[in-house]
Design a protein around this ligand. Sequence first.
Ligand SMILES: [Zn+2]
Length: 89
Amino acid sequence: MKENMLLRKLLWLRHGCPPHGLYGDDGEMQCSTCGLDFKRNKAEFIERKWIEENNPKMKEFFEKQKEELDMSQNFIRTLIKKFGSILRR
Ligand SMILES: [Zn+2]
């Protein structure tokens, strides 16, 4: 958990928004520029917001990752269909 908070802090400090929008009193890690709360927002939420808002390259990267994951899952499903009966013996 300590490591998680440290990584969140580093991310908050260097996530790309100008430093004047960062609010860090009392252990807070907020950014008024992008509206993210690095202490409370889930990592998935932060990821989705970045993808949706302003980074076409990142969007492309994650879409490709998802495609590859879907392909892998389909491949595994095909294997299970074909060879599942052997594995269950
Ligand atoms: Zn920000």
